[in-house]
Design a protein around this ligand. Structure first.
Ligand SMILES: C[S@@+](CC[C@H](N)C(=O)[O-])C[C@H]1O[C@@H](n2cnc3c(N)ncnc32)[C@H](O)[C@@H]1O
Length: 267
């Protein structure tokens, strides 16, 4: 079946070079205190400005999966009926109400709000919020110009109080590079169960770059809870066998199938 991915097929030997390259890159970046990235969005002829603070940890830099998700949002905006996101996004009426999990710098959520003219709540751990709020504020004029809106909230995965105070009023959940530490698999799945348990057609769209073989455990558990489909796969990164893959997660039975580039794909 086209686009079918068996998570167990990915050989860990081919993943380690990515780790080494990324580790070297992170160490290089850590030496630099603050970076301002200008991310141009051709589809709306606007630029999103993102402050990265690499020396403060992994939540303060943009990860590869974030760039893939932004590129797909742009593609969707330009070709709403012929993009990898069409099948899941076209089930909803505008305006989209979006929740982003583990936003980090906020690039994905801020770009989504501007591109889709959406109301987006970007979230992360409490210590990440000052930089997230800084980036939301830095783009407020661009957001107003494009008809988007961004709110910033603390959302610790698995924390019922956090989830309940945010509520379930979203038709789309986004996440990029949120599967990495194995102790976060359960809290993330619990969070997804909460938010995908609201509106029946709420979908989680996740961009993921696989680094560790142990991530199979996350997908095995997730497949028991949700219907998971592959929407898009990037070409492998240089020197690696894997690239960023974009999945949709929906409540079991909510969507019968997803059509990607004319073929039905599933995980
Ligand atoms: C690898 S970073 C990805 C950041 C961003 N989504 C991107 O792609 O650039 C993972 C993000 O998940 C957040 N995160 C980790 N554990 C979390 C938790 N328990 N609750 C909420 N967010 C968490 C981190 O703070 C970090 O921002």
């Amino acid at each position: 079946m086209a686009n079918q991915v068996d998570e167990d097929d990915v050989d860990a030997d081919y993943l380690f070079p990515i780790i080494h390259q990324e580790t070297a890159h992170i160490l290089e970046e850590a030496a630099q205190e603050e970076q301002e990235l200008q991310h141009y969005l051709p589809s709306i002829d606007s630029t999103v400005v993102i402050r990265q603070l690499p020396s403060q940890g992994l939540s303060f830099k943009i990860w590869a999966a974030a760039n893939t998700l932004v590129a797909l949002l742009e593609q969707y905006h330009q070709h709403p009926n012929n993009s990898p996101l069409s099948s899941v996004f076209n089930c909803h009426n505008n305006p989209f109400s979006i929740l982003e999990l583990g936003s980090g710098t906020g690039l994905v959520g801020i770009a989504a709000a501007a591109i889709l003219r959406a109301k987006v709540t970007i979230t992360d751990l409490p210590n990440v919020l000052p930089n997230l709020s800084f980036n939301a504020m830095a783009n407020s004029a661009t957001l107003v110009l494009n008809g988007g809106n961004v709110d910033v909230s603390s959302l610790r995965w698995g924390e019922v109080d956090d989830m309940e105070s945010i509520g379930k009023d979203f038709n789309m959940i986004l996440g990029s590079d949120v599967v990495y530490h194995d102790n976060l698999y359960e809290p993330l799945l619990k969070t997804l169960q909460f938010f995908l348990g609201g509106k029946s057609n709420t979908v989680f769209v996740m961009a993921h770059l696989r680094r560790w073989k142990k991530e199979s455990a996350f997908f095995k558990k997730a497949r028991k809870l949700f219907q998971i489909q592959v929407l898009h796969s990037d070409s492998p990164l240089p020197g690696a066998r894997v690239g960023v893959v974009v999945y949709s997660f929906s409540r079991k039975g909510a969507n019968a199938e997803v059509v990607t580039n004319g073929t039905i794909s599933s995980v």
